[in-house]
Design a protein around this ligand. Structure first.
Ligand SMILES: [Zn+2]
Length: 300
Protein backbone atom coordinates (compact mmCIF):
# COMPACT_ATOMS: atom_id res chain seq x y z
CA UNK A 1 0.00 0.00 0.00
CA UNK A 2 3.07 2.16 -0.13
CA UNK A 3 2.01 3.81 -3.34
CA UNK A 4 -1.33 4.68 -1.81
CA UNK A 5 0.12 6.50 1.12
CA UNK A 6 2.11 8.68 -1.17
CA UNK A 7 -0.75 9.10 -3.52
CA UNK A 8 -2.71 10.47 -0.62
CA UNK A 9 -0.02 13.03 -0.02
CA UNK A 10 -0.02 14.21 -3.58
CA UNK A 11 -3.75 14.20 -3.69
CA UNK A 12 -4.91 15.62 -0.50
CA UNK A 13 -2.03 17.85 0.26
CA UNK A 14 -0.73 16.17 3.34
CA UNK A 15 2.66 17.61 4.10
CA UNK A 16 3.29 14.75 6.43
CA UNK A 17 4.24 11.57 4.71
CA UNK A 18 3.34 8.42 6.58
CA UNK A 19 6.54 6.67 7.51
CA UNK A 20 5.52 3.64 5.47
CA UNK A 21 6.27 5.67 2.36
CA UNK A 22 9.94 5.89 3.31
CA UNK A 23 12.68 3.35 3.44
CA UNK A 24 15.76 3.17 5.61
CA UNK A 25 19.33 2.55 4.59
CA UNK A 26 22.33 3.12 6.85
CA UNK A 27 20.11 4.85 9.39
CA UNK A 28 19.09 7.37 6.76
CA UNK A 29 15.54 7.90 5.62
CA UNK A 30 14.95 7.87 1.89
CA UNK A 31 11.91 9.73 0.66
CA UNK A 32 10.83 7.93 -2.50
CA UNK A 33 10.68 11.01 -4.71
CA UNK A 34 14.17 10.96 -6.19
CA UNK A 35 15.66 8.10 -8.24
CA UNK A 36 12.34 6.30 -8.18
CA UNK A 37 9.65 5.43 -10.73
CA UNK A 38 9.55 6.84 -14.30
CA UNK A 39 10.12 10.50 -13.39
CA UNK A 40 13.25 10.08 -11.30
CA UNK A 41 14.86 13.48 -11.04
CA UNK A 42 13.99 16.67 -12.84
CA UNK A 43 17.09 17.12 -14.94
CA UNK A 44 18.63 16.45 -18.35
CA UNK A 45 16.08 15.27 -20.93
CA UNK A 46 12.41 14.96 -20.10
CA UNK A 47 9.31 14.51 -22.26
CA UNK A 48 5.97 15.95 -21.21
CA UNK A 49 3.33 14.00 -23.12
CA UNK A 50 -0.15 15.50 -23.05
CA UNK A 51 -3.34 13.61 -23.87
CA UNK A 52 -6.63 15.46 -24.26
CA UNK A 53 -9.58 13.58 -22.84
CA UNK A 54 -13.30 14.21 -23.10
CA UNK A 55 -15.23 12.79 -20.20
CA UNK A 56 -18.90 12.89 -19.41
CA UNK A 57 -19.03 15.81 -17.02
CA UNK A 58 -16.35 17.97 -18.61
CA UNK A 59 -16.71 20.46 -21.43
CA UNK A 60 -15.85 18.95 -24.79
CA UNK A 61 -12.46 20.18 -25.99
CA UNK A 62 -12.75 22.88 -28.62
CA UNK A 63 -9.89 23.84 -30.94
CA UNK A 64 -9.54 27.09 -29.02
CA UNK A 65 -9.36 25.30 -25.65
CA UNK A 66 -6.76 22.88 -26.98
CA UNK A 67 -4.65 25.67 -28.46
CA UNK A 68 -4.74 27.74 -25.28
CA UNK A 69 -3.90 24.68 -23.16
CA UNK A 70 -0.91 23.91 -25.39
CA UNK A 71 0.13 27.54 -24.93
CA UNK A 72 -0.16 27.15 -21.16
CA UNK A 73 1.96 24.00 -21.26
CA UNK A 74 4.62 25.91 -23.22
CA UNK A 75 4.59 28.78 -20.72
CA UNK A 76 4.69 26.37 -17.77
CA UNK A 77 7.62 24.37 -19.13
CA UNK A 78 9.53 27.52 -20.05
CA UNK A 79 9.12 28.60 -16.45
CA UNK A 80 10.33 25.23 -15.12
CA UNK A 81 13.34 25.32 -17.46
CA UNK A 82 14.06 28.89 -16.36
CA UNK A 83 13.97 27.84 -12.70
CA UNK A 84 16.42 25.04 -13.52
CA UNK A 85 18.68 27.41 -15.43
CA UNK A 86 18.79 29.84 -12.47
CA UNK A 87 20.19 26.96 -10.41
CA UNK A 88 22.54 25.68 -13.12
CA UNK A 89 20.56 22.44 -13.47
CA UNK A 90 20.74 21.08 -17.03
CA UNK A 91 17.15 20.53 -18.16
CA UNK A 92 15.47 20.23 -21.51
CA UNK A 93 11.74 19.52 -21.58
CA UNK A 94 10.43 18.28 -24.88
CA UNK A 95 6.70 18.80 -25.27
CA UNK A 96 4.57 16.42 -27.23
CA UNK A 97 0.87 15.65 -27.33
CA UNK A 98 -1.42 13.05 -28.75
CA UNK A 99 -2.71 13.80 -32.23
CA UNK A 100 -3.50 11.98 -35.43
CA UNK A 101 -3.34 13.10 -39.06
CA UNK A 102 -6.68 14.80 -38.36
CA UNK A 103 -5.10 16.86 -35.61
CA UNK A 104 -6.02 16.52 -31.94
CA UNK A 105 -8.92 14.13 -31.53
CA UNK A 106 -9.67 13.94 -27.79
CA UNK A 107 -9.99 10.43 -26.38
CA UNK A 108 -13.40 9.73 -24.87
CA UNK A 109 -13.35 8.11 -21.45
CA UNK A 110 -15.96 8.34 -18.71
CA UNK A 111 -15.14 8.30 -15.02
CA UNK A 112 -17.05 5.68 -13.05
CA UNK A 113 -18.66 8.41 -10.91
CA UNK A 114 -19.06 11.14 -13.49
CA UNK A 115 -16.37 13.48 -12.12
CA UNK A 116 -12.77 12.85 -11.14
CA UNK A 117 -13.40 14.20 -7.67
CA UNK A 118 -16.38 11.89 -7.07
CA UNK A 119 -14.60 8.87 -8.55
CA UNK A 120 -11.53 9.33 -6.37
CA UNK A 121 -13.54 9.87 -3.23
CA UNK A 122 -15.50 6.66 -3.72
CA UNK A 123 -14.47 3.14 -2.74
CA UNK A 124 -11.83 1.69 -5.12
CA UNK A 125 -11.39 5.24 -6.37
CA UNK A 126 -7.72 4.85 -7.18
CA UNK A 127 -8.31 1.58 -9.03
CA UNK A 128 -11.10 3.10 -11.05
CA UNK A 129 -9.07 6.15 -12.00
CA UNK A 130 -6.17 3.86 -12.97
CA UNK A 131 -8.55 1.88 -15.19
CA UNK A 132 -9.65 5.13 -16.80
CA UNK A 133 -6.01 6.04 -17.42
CA UNK A 134 -5.29 2.58 -18.84
CA UNK A 135 -8.22 2.75 -21.21
CA UNK A 136 -6.94 6.06 -22.55
CA UNK A 137 -3.44 4.62 -22.87
CA UNK A 138 -4.88 1.78 -24.94
CA UNK A 139 -6.79 4.17 -27.21
CA UNK A 140 -3.75 6.38 -27.73
CA UNK A 141 -1.58 3.38 -28.63
CA UNK A 142 -4.14 2.27 -31.23
CA UNK A 143 -3.53 5.48 -33.16
CA UNK A 144 0.26 5.01 -33.29
CA UNK A 145 1.89 3.38 -36.32
CA UNK A 146 2.54 -0.32 -35.71
CA UNK A 147 5.75 -0.97 -33.86
CA UNK A 148 7.15 -4.45 -34.40
CA UNK A 149 9.60 -3.98 -31.53
CA UNK A 150 6.62 -4.10 -29.19
CA UNK A 151 6.04 -7.81 -29.77
CA UNK A 152 7.36 -9.70 -26.79
CA UNK A 153 6.82 -13.20 -25.50
CA UNK A 154 6.92 -12.29 -21.86
CA UNK A 155 4.26 -13.51 -19.49
CA UNK A 156 4.12 -10.16 -17.77
CA UNK A 157 1.41 -8.00 -19.21
CA UNK A 158 2.25 -4.36 -18.67
CA UNK A 159 -0.63 -2.05 -18.02
CA UNK A 160 -1.69 0.02 -21.00
CA UNK A 161 -0.38 3.28 -19.61
CA UNK A 162 2.96 1.55 -19.02
CA UNK A 163 2.97 0.43 -22.65
CA UNK A 164 2.19 3.98 -23.70
CA UNK A 165 5.07 5.34 -21.61
CA UNK A 166 7.40 2.68 -23.08
CA UNK A 167 6.36 3.71 -26.57
CA UNK A 168 6.90 7.42 -25.90
CA UNK A 169 10.32 6.58 -24.40
CA UNK A 170 11.24 4.66 -27.56
CA UNK A 171 9.99 7.31 -29.94
CA UNK A 172 11.73 10.17 -28.16
CA UNK A 173 14.79 8.23 -26.99
CA UNK A 174 14.23 9.74 -23.55
CA UNK A 175 13.80 7.82 -20.29
CA UNK A 176 11.80 10.27 -18.23
CA UNK A 177 8.24 10.67 -19.45
CA UNK A 178 5.74 12.87 -17.64
CA UNK A 179 2.37 11.56 -18.76
CA UNK A 180 -0.35 14.16 -18.30
CA UNK A 181 -4.05 13.75 -19.11
CA UNK A 182 -5.96 16.99 -19.63
CA UNK A 183 -9.69 17.28 -18.99
CA UNK A 184 -11.57 20.45 -19.79
CA UNK A 185 -13.02 21.81 -16.56
CA UNK A 186 -12.52 25.46 -17.01
CA UNK A 187 -15.93 26.45 -15.76
CA UNK A 188 -16.58 23.90 -13.07
CA UNK A 189 -15.13 22.81 -9.75
CA UNK A 190 -12.80 19.91 -10.20
CA UNK A 191 -9.48 18.69 -8.86
CA UNK A 192 -6.14 18.06 -10.52
CA UNK A 193 -4.14 15.12 -9.22
CA UNK A 194 -0.83 13.35 -9.55
CA UNK A 195 -1.10 9.61 -9.06
CA UNK A 196 1.48 7.13 -7.73
CA UNK A 197 4.21 9.73 -7.39
CA UNK A 198 6.12 7.86 -4.69
CA UNK A 199 5.29 4.39 -5.95
CA UNK A 200 7.74 1.59 -6.56
CA UNK A 201 5.32 -0.32 -8.77
CA UNK A 202 2.89 1.93 -10.60
CA UNK A 203 4.13 4.53 -13.07
CA UNK A 204 3.05 8.01 -12.11
CA UNK A 205 0.75 10.20 -14.19
CA UNK A 206 -1.20 13.39 -13.68
CA UNK A 207 -4.72 14.49 -14.50
CA UNK A 208 -4.99 18.23 -15.02
CA UNK A 209 -8.35 19.95 -14.84
CA UNK A 210 -7.41 23.56 -15.51
CA UNK A 211 -5.22 25.13 -18.11
CA UNK A 212 -3.49 27.81 -16.05
CA UNK A 213 0.27 27.54 -16.50
CA UNK A 214 0.83 27.51 -12.72
CA UNK A 215 -1.45 24.47 -12.32
CA UNK A 216 0.30 22.64 -15.17
CA UNK A 217 3.73 23.37 -13.64
CA UNK A 218 2.49 22.36 -10.16
CA UNK A 219 1.22 18.96 -11.35
CA UNK A 220 4.32 18.42 -13.47
CA UNK A 221 6.51 19.01 -10.39
CA UNK A 222 4.42 16.48 -8.44
CA UNK A 223 5.38 13.84 -11.00
CA UNK A 224 9.02 14.49 -10.14
CA UNK A 225 8.40 14.24 -6.41
CA UNK A 226 7.22 17.63 -5.18
CA UNK A 227 4.64 17.54 -2.36
CA UNK A 228 1.72 19.83 -1.71
CA UNK A 229 2.38 22.63 0.75
CA UNK A 230 -0.99 24.30 0.94
CA UNK A 231 -3.85 23.75 3.35
CA UNK A 232 -6.79 22.01 1.83
CA UNK A 233 -10.16 21.02 3.30
CA UNK A 234 -8.74 17.49 3.43
CA UNK A 235 -6.20 18.51 6.06
CA UNK A 236 -7.85 18.02 9.38
CA UNK A 237 -5.00 16.76 11.49
CA UNK A 238 -3.45 19.40 13.70
CA UNK A 239 0.10 18.46 12.78
CA UNK A 240 -0.65 18.68 9.07
CA UNK A 241 -2.03 22.15 9.52
CA UNK A 242 0.98 23.23 11.57
CA UNK A 243 3.41 22.02 8.93
CA UNK A 244 1.49 23.61 6.09
CA UNK A 245 1.29 26.90 7.96
CA UNK A 246 5.04 26.75 8.49
CA UNK A 247 5.64 26.10 4.78
CA UNK A 248 3.31 28.85 3.60
CA UNK A 249 4.96 31.38 5.88
CA UNK A 250 8.49 30.25 5.17
CA UNK A 251 8.08 30.08 1.40
CA UNK A 252 5.64 32.84 0.42
CA UNK A 253 6.11 32.29 -3.32
CA UNK A 254 6.34 28.48 -3.43
CA UNK A 255 4.48 26.94 -6.35
CA UNK A 256 3.52 23.85 -4.34
CA UNK A 257 1.78 26.14 -1.83
CA UNK A 258 0.16 28.73 -4.08
CA UNK A 259 -0.70 27.10 -7.39
CA UNK A 260 -3.55 29.45 -8.20
CA UNK A 261 -1.40 32.56 -8.45
CA UNK A 262 0.26 33.95 -11.52
CA UNK A 263 3.22 31.76 -12.45
CA UNK A 264 5.58 34.72 -12.78
CA UNK A 265 5.15 35.51 -9.09
CA UNK A 266 6.05 31.96 -8.03
CA UNK A 267 9.25 30.08 -7.35
CA UNK A 268 10.58 26.73 -6.14
CA UNK A 269 11.57 26.49 -2.47
CA UNK A 270 14.60 24.64 -1.05
CA UNK A 271 12.19 21.98 0.25
CA UNK A 272 10.83 21.25 -3.23
CA UNK A 273 14.34 21.51 -4.69
CA UNK A 274 15.33 18.57 -2.53
CA UNK A 275 12.25 16.50 -3.42
CA UNK A 276 12.73 16.89 -7.19
CA UNK A 277 16.46 16.20 -7.04
CA UNK A 278 17.79 19.74 -7.54
CA UNK A 279 19.52 19.81 -4.16
CA UNK A 280 21.11 16.72 -2.70
CA UNK A 281 20.47 17.56 0.93
CA UNK A 282 17.56 18.81 2.98
CA UNK A 283 18.09 21.47 5.64
CA UNK A 284 17.28 20.13 9.09
CA UNK A 285 14.86 22.99 9.59
CA UNK A 286 12.65 21.56 6.81
CA UNK A 287 12.67 17.95 7.92
CA UNK A 288 9.78 18.80 10.23
CA UNK A 289 7.69 19.50 7.15
CA UNK A 290 7.80 15.75 6.54
CA UNK A 291 7.61 14.27 10.00
CA UNK A 292 7.75 15.15 13.69
CA UNK A 293 10.10 12.26 14.31
CA UNK A 294 13.81 12.90 14.60
CA UNK A 295 15.16 11.45 11.40
CA UNK A 296 18.23 11.81 9.25
CA UNK A 297 17.19 12.42 5.68
CA UNK A 298 19.37 10.83 3.00
CA UNK A 299 21.62 12.86 0.75
CA UNK A 300 21.17 12.08 -2.93
ZN1 LIG B 1 -0.81 19.52 -5.67
Amino acid sequence: MRHLSFLVIALFALGCAPMSGFWMRNQEVHIPTVNNNVCKRLDKSVVLYAVFVDSEATNPWTTHDIESTLDSIRVAMQWVEGQAQDRCIPLNIEQDYHRTEKGVVPIEAKFTRKTLRATLSSGSGVKNVDRWADKIGREVLKTFPKDTAQITKTEIKPKDRERLIARIRDDHKVDQVALMYFINNYYSQEISVAMHTGSHEDPEYAIVSYKEPAVVAHEFLHLFGALDLYMSPFNTRKNDLKRKAFAMKKFPDEIMAFAYRNLDSLSISPFTEYLIGWDNSLDEEYVKMITNKKIKVAKY
